[in-house]
Design a protein around this ligand. Structure first.
Ligand code: AMP
Length: 419
């Protein structure tokens, strides 16, 4: 089915085709006509489902029909949790808009970089602003933009926004928006706090649930190796050599571990570097670009890279440290096997983390043999029965009292305005 049969203008369908999107993904097939018709949308969507184009394409079409901008006015606001996702979503929106007869003005704003160029970019108003919540509020405080005329709001990765502690900022942003607007809500998971936020925001939304059948799930080969904690780097090196010529994304638990493991691999003649929240925004973007350009073979990262990023043809993901939660496991392995390509996700399980691995395995509905590579037979002791500080427990299953209070505040702000 071509994009035009969903009601999209040929200029948008052409731009989509140039990005290699020949046919709509399931979420696009459902969301595009609904957004064009002006409905609110509530979508359970993983990164990899094509959700960015699912909101960008119809919103661009609606903007193309709109009147000229007035100063500092913002028409479409896309709120995202991280700078990387902002840059990435902004890039997709720009590419999709390239053939429109009236080029919409698109601004991408996030913290960690100078605010002045962003203020300049917003001077004459913007058709689309893609923003992280903190910087958005800073720009409002500087009088660089006004949110009172926003017609379309997109919350992308709403669960991540709350996870990262943006509930208060989000409530303040929502309080600045007009009551009459179209709301598009995307989230990979729906814990209570996220559901409460959605309930407060949306009006008779079209519900789209494609999470149960993400395209890439079937093509990710998952493996787990039992290995001593102190021999993981050695095993990792072996694995990287086995997959010579393929890029590898390695997940560890802390920024310190990312630095340490990357340095060890680097000493062993591998093109390895680290990517984590302790680096400057410039350094992060540079590493990401260089990894995409295949200038690094290995990037060692924290959960910062687990969500939202797409790196085409990334065949191998390694959990050097296991993720704290089963949800994070899904996001990490989702970095591979993207857009229908096959991928490999390998988890290192140590005697001390075996019990934690069993929980992840169970929640994922997996049943993987714990493989032991000859020469890597484990000798370390298993973890004591009680949870230790290192295994981190399973987070994110039950909202804490604080989560509930936050969610209530956000929902109240979202619902509190008269229509
Ligand atoms: P997203 O879920 O928006 O992060 O997109 C995931 C990946 O799917 C990106 O690499 C997109 O370029 C790609 N993609 C999005 N829509 C399509 C489509 N209709 N056909 C093929 N690839 C797509």
């Amino acid at each position: 089915m071509p994009f035009t049969s969903l009601g999209l203008a040929p200029a948008l369908a052409q731009a989509a085709a140039e990005l290699g999107f020949t046919a709509p993904t399931p979420i696009q097939s459902e969301a595009i006509p609904a957004v064009l018709a002006g409905h609110d949308v509530l979508a359970t969507a993983q990164t990899g489902s094509g959700k960015t184009a699912a909101y960008a394409l119809p919103l661009l079409q609606r903007l193309a029909q709109a009147e000229p901008l007035t100063p500092r006015r913002v028409r479409t606001l896309v709120v995202v949790p991280t700078r990387e996702l902002a840059a990435q979503a902004g890039e997709v929106v720009r590419s999709l808009a390239q053939h429109l007869p009236r080029k919409p003005k698109i601004a991408v704003v996030f913290g960690g970089v100078s605010i002045n160029p962003q203020m300049m970019a917003l001077r004459g108003g913007a058709d689309v602003v893609v923003a992280t919540p903190g910087r958005l509020l800073d720009l409002v405080a500087h009088n660089a933009l006004r949110l009172s005329a926003v017609e379309h709001l997109v919350l992308d990765e709403a669960d991540r926004l709350l996870d990262l502690g943006f509930a208060d900022e989000l409530a303040r942003v929502l309080a600045l928006l007009p009551a009459r607007r179209q709301n598009l809500f995307f989230s990979a998971t729906f814990p209570n706090a996220v559901q409460a936020l959605a309930n407060g925001l949306l009006r008779e939304p079209l519900r789209i649930d494609v999470a149960s059948a993400p395209v890439e799930e079937a093509v990710i080969l998952q493996q787990a190796y039992l290995v001593d904690s102190k021999r993981r780097t050695e095993l990792l090196r072996r694995l990287i050599k086995t997959h010579d010529g393929q890029r590898v994304l390695v997940f560890v638990a802390t920024q310190y571990a990312a630095e340490r493991v990357a340095a060890k691999l680097h000493q062993g003649d591998l093109f390895a570097t680290s990517f984590h929240g302790g680096l400057s925004q410039g350094a992060r973007q540079q590493t990401l670009d260089e990894f995409k350009e295949k200038r690094w073979d290995v990037v060692v990262t924290t959960d910062l890279a687990a969500r939202g990023l797409h790196i085409d043809q990334l065949p191998v993901v390694v959990n050097y440290d296991l993720p704290r939660s089963p949800v994070d496991y899904t996001h990490r392995i989702g970095r591979t096997g993207r857009a229908g390509e096959s991928g490999l996700a390998v988890s290192f399980v140590t005697p001390a983390t075996e019990a934690h691995w069993r929980v992840i395995e169970k929640r994922q509905g997996l049943s993987l043999p714990l493989e032991v590579l000859p020469g890597f037979e484990p000798t370390e002791e298993a973890a004591p029965a009680l949870p230790t500080q290192n295994d981190g427990g399973i987070k994110g299953k039950r909202p804490s009292k604080k989560d509930k209070l936050r969610a209530a505040a956000v929902a109240a702000a979202a619902a509190g305005k008269p229509d």
